[in-house]
Ligand binder design. Structure first.
Ligand code: MG
Length: 446
């Protein structure tokens, strides 16, 4: 199978006016319009400075293919996806997610609301390279409309799949950091509708991300963590730039690893015989939780669209990644930060315990993540590793997962950089470090 050249794991990304010029954005827009050949395409953007430039270039190109464009303004990526699903139309999202502010990107959404798969990306790229675009006569050129009903539709959709009355009764105190990104309006609004007491941080849309880096990592969330350390809030919440991801801080100001929040949310969202999907890179905590609940866990390659597709194919209830990207099937098959925060409030309301107490129920694993430079082709490295460690148990779902006595190590090439990522997990930190070092040293000396 051909692999996409321009599409990365999350659309086509680059620096506007450098790689992502107006001309290139138009070429991509024409290719997407030609590929979908739909009556209408919905389009939205995050808060980045270049958002209008890229969006208008893409939209104009789509109109030239005879497709109407529905403009939805600034929105979280999952809100656009929800609109696409509900209105059965394809979509285009202008976002570079958590990348630094100088970047932007173009992402195509299928008419079922999921991100397009690699095969479709290749088809769009073939059109980009061949320039065989649909070019309609003057009287068939598409029209440009806007629709401002999308936010209510999205928020109501989320509120309908959780126990909203129970959440409301709790009158949670919540601090939320939307990081100047696309959720600046939607997530605080959702929390208001849940009758929470809210302190919103960085809820001013600012495409330069001047308050904090967009990736919701602890080092970027010091303001939120400090607010949580006042111990006046039940929970702290933070999103990335396009709010498909959501991370949490407990009531004492401790950042919660994405693996832990995923395991906790899964634990209280599933029943016996349900199916859960996660990439091979996720913690064994999730495996333990699924075992405890008598649920089936499916491991996939790394990548949210891959998890989403596997969920659809296996009728899974929930799925997700260790970076705070959670997919809830009842709502829609894509990562959704606002849905994730709602599932967390839902379980807090139902369990009637503090977040830190609930986290104690999650099996404690330690993960060490590192990377080394990739000095030769991956298939050669792959051969070397499988030969060298042939006596160990291995899994080849994505890269190579090697099992040792007290844990595992996942070795896989990065899709975007010339590096190899090495994740090691064990119940104790010493073993996780030991395994990680062993494979790093081996890979460095190849
Ligand atoms: Mg994102």
């Amino acid at each position: 199978m051909k692999t996409p050249q321009l599409f990365g794991t999350n659309g086509i990304r680059g620096v506007p006016n450098d790689y992502l010029t107006t001309e290139f954005s138009m070429t991509i827009g024409k290719a997407i319009g030609t590929f979908f050949n739909a009556k209408k395409i919905a389009i939205a953007r995050d808060t980045r400075v270049s958002g209008n430039m890229i969006l208008l270039s893409v939209a104009s190109a789509v109109l030239s293919t005879g497709t109407d464009v529905i403009y939805l303004d600034i929105l979280p990526t999952p809100a656009l996806q929800y609109y696409c699903k509900n209105h059965k139309m394809p979509g285009i999202m202008i976002t570079a997610s958590h990348n630094p502010p100088q970047y932007n990107g173009i992402k195509a959404i299928d008419s079922d609301g999921t991100e397009i798969d690699e095969e479709k990306e290749v088809e769009i790229e073939d059109l980009i390279f061949s320039k065989k675009f649909k070019n309609v006569p003057w009287n068939e050129i598409g029209q440009y409309y806007s629709d401002n009903t999308v936010i209510n539709e999205y928020i109501n959709g989320i509120m309908n799949v959780v126990d909203t009355d129970k959440i409301k009764k709790k009158k949670f105190s919540v601090a939320i950091d939307t990081g100047n990104g696309a959720s600046y309006f939607t997530s605080p609004l959702l929390l208001s509708k849940f009758d929470c007491h809210i302190v919103s941080l960085n809820a001013n849309p600012d495409g330069k991300f001047s308050s904090r880096n967009s990736e919701p990592k602890p080092e970027n969330l010091t303001d939120l963590i400090n607010i949580m350390k006042t111990k006046k809030f039940d929970i702290g919440i933070a999103h990335d730039g396009d709010a498909d991801r959501c991370v949490f801080i407990d009531e004492n100001g401790n950042f919660i690893d994405g693996d832990k929040s995923l395991s906790l949310i899964v634990k209280y969202s599933i029943n016996k015989n349900d199916t859960v999907v996660t990439p091979v890179s996720s913690s064994d905590a999730l495996k333990d939780i699924c075992k405890e609940k008598d649920a089936k866990l499916i491991s996939t390659r790394v990548g949210a669209p891959i998890v989403a597709r596997a969920m659809i194919n296996n009728k899974a209830v929930i799925g997700g990644e260790e970076n705070g990207g959670i997919i809830y099937g009842k709502h829609q098959y894509c990562r959704d930060g606002a849905m994730t925060l709602s599932l967390m409030l839902n379980l807090l309301a139902n369990q009637n315990k503090k977040l830190s107490e609930l986290l104690k129920e999650i099996p404690d694993y330690k993960m060490v993540k590192s990377s080394v430079e990739r000095k030769k082709e991956w298939n050669e490295i792959y051969k070397d590793i499988t030969e060298k460690y042939k006596n160990k148990k291995m899994d080849f779902t994505d890269g190579i997962k090697i099992y040792d006595d007290n844990g595992w190590t996942l070795i896989r090439p990065s899709g975007t950089e010339k590096i190899i990522r090495i994740f090691s997990e064990s119940k104790n930190m010493d073993d996780a470090v030991k395994y990680n070092n062993e494979y790093i040293n081996y890979l460095k000396n190849l």
